[in-house]
Each structure stands twice: as C-alpha cells, then as structure tokens.
Design a protein around this ligand. Sequence first.
Ligand code: SF4
Length: 362
Amino acid sequence: MIDPWASFSVDYDKLVNQFGIQVISDMIGDIENPGRLMKRGVIFGHRDFDIINKKINGNEEFAVVTGMMPSGQMHIGHKMVVDQLKWYQDKGAMLSLPIADMEAYAARDMSFEKAREITINEYLTNYIALGLDLEKDNVNIYLQSQNEDLHRLAFKASRKTNFNELKAIYGFTPSTNIAHVQAPLLQVADILLPQIEEFGGPKKVVVPVGIDQDPHIRLTRDIAHKLSEELGFIAPASTYHRFLTGLSGDKMSSSKPSTAIYLNEDSETAAKKVKTAKTGGRESLKEQQELGGEVDKCVVYEMLVYHLIDDDAELEKIRQECLDGTLRCGDCKAHASELMAKMFDDLSDKQEEAREIAETLI
Ligand code: SF4
C-alpha cells in the first residue's frame, strides 16, 4: 500500500518494480519533442503512455486530467505539473481540470466559497501566467461541488467497488468519516469524466501524477474496466514524476514557507530563498575541490533541472563542474538565484492579466 496522503521519501526504483509501472526512458526515443521533465527523468514511469504517444503521433483525440485541491499557495513544485499540461495542450489534448472543492471541504474543512477564491487567485491565475490557454473550447474547468455529471458518474463508480477494497487502498477504519470515503470516488469520476457523451464519448485519458497517487490510478483503471460494458469506458493512462525537494531538504509544503518558493512571491524573495536551499556542497572548499560536490543531493541543482535551465549542454556543464570540484556552491547559487529572479519577473508581469481571465472561467 502506498499512502496517497504521505508522499515524501519514496524509493522510486522499488515502486517501479513492485507495482508494474513501466519506465519512461525505455520509450523516450519514440516520443516526438519530449518535454524537459521527460528527457531528464523527472517523469520516470508510466502506465499506457505508449498508447497516448501513438494518439499524439497520429493526431488522434485524447485528454489529460489534473485535479487541483485548492488548499493553499501554489509553489514551484506545482509548476512542474503545469509544464506537463502545457506540453499536452501543445500536442492537441483536451484539458480537463477538476477543482476538488468537495475534497478540500472533507479533508481541510474549507468552505466552498474560500476554495473558489483560492482557485481563481492562486491556481487558475498561475496556470494562465505559466502559459496554459484555458479559454480554448477543449478545456473543461469545473468545481466538483457544481458538476452534476460528475456526481452521477461518481455514484456509478461507487457501485463498482466496495468498502473493503477502499480500506485496503486507503487504510480506512470504521471511524473514518464518510466524506473521506466519498472523496476518492469523486476523483475516480474526475478522471473518467472526459469519456462521457458530452465530451465526445470514450477516449484515452492521461493523468500526470506523483507516485503517491498510484493507488487512485489503479482503482480508477479497475473501475473503468468494470464500467466498460455499461459506458464503453477505457482505462486511463498515467505518468509518474519525482517531487521537487523542499529548500531545507524535506518535502516542499504549501504551508511551510521555509520549504517552498511560492508563485505569488516577488522575484527578490524568490531569489533570496534560492540562497537558503540545501546544497550538495562539502564541509570546506578544500574538500569540495578534492571530492567534488554531491550533485544528486543538491536542491539547487534540482531547481536548475526542473525549472531554470533549458539547454541540456549548459546543465551538463554545471553537473560536471560540480562533480569535479571546480564549481563553488556560492557561485552556483548566485547563478540559480538570478535565473529564479528572472523567472519570477516574467511570471509577475503576466499574473495581473491572467487573474482577469481566471475570474471569468468558473
Ligand atoms: Fe549544488 Fe552547485 Fe554546490 Fe554542486 S556546486 S553542490 S550543483 S550548489
């Protein structure tokens, strides 16, 4: 069992072997213009992504679904998901973006009004500012609490599972609140929704997630099979990405400012925060020169890989200079910090106009 609500310290290789997830690097040569995150192994695994890739190459219809629980501030770890959505949108995907206000109500005691406000000001605004076109015809954004199709579908999905199955996946106990039991079924319906007649009927859907979400994916695929006769549904595909480590070396968290760089912070604050990040640097400069840095334990390097450097050759040069001890952490951080400031300047230039569009969407 993977705990879907506790997502840090994951042994990715073990999970790939244990749960039958396929390795994306095996098919990277077949993907036309793979995104930065795919090329660099941040997106490391998949189920059925080969089928999605065929749809992309054949210009055939498919959809991508990413839910958002409006529970706090959006940070640079979330940006990674938006980058993936942008890649799929550029490849012609229908985008379905459920807003999990019912789950936020169940899990975080958040009112629907507050959830809507956070959705507009944090999530949709930044989605647009980061390059998504949410005004296209084939984009479906909805609040769970207001979508009757979703409620009907969740009810149908609930008929295809039982309490013991959900208990085995989520660890529910007899005292678990029933709203918590309903939440995963709404998520199942969120993933299956692009297949209803209103959106053109059954189609392949891909869901980009962290590995901690795989229990939801397996449940959804199972229920899709069980609904195939009644509704013609097909099992969704999924991809799995690594998490961006928090600044302090722990999990990046929406509620812990010392761990995260929030997308609504100004560029100066973002740049300063980069300088607080844990590095893979050695105890002394002498040791660094002799042994080289521990690049794969370095949060600054992760930020370069995930967000700050597009050019693979430039990134490789930094990696090599870190490993051979010629690059000093202070200089490396200063460079990363400048790049982060630039990224945040670009973002804040776009946020105001994006907010105006966001307000019209839900
Ligand atoms: Fe990290 Fe750069 Fe230091 Fe290497 S030189 S450990 S990449 S900060």
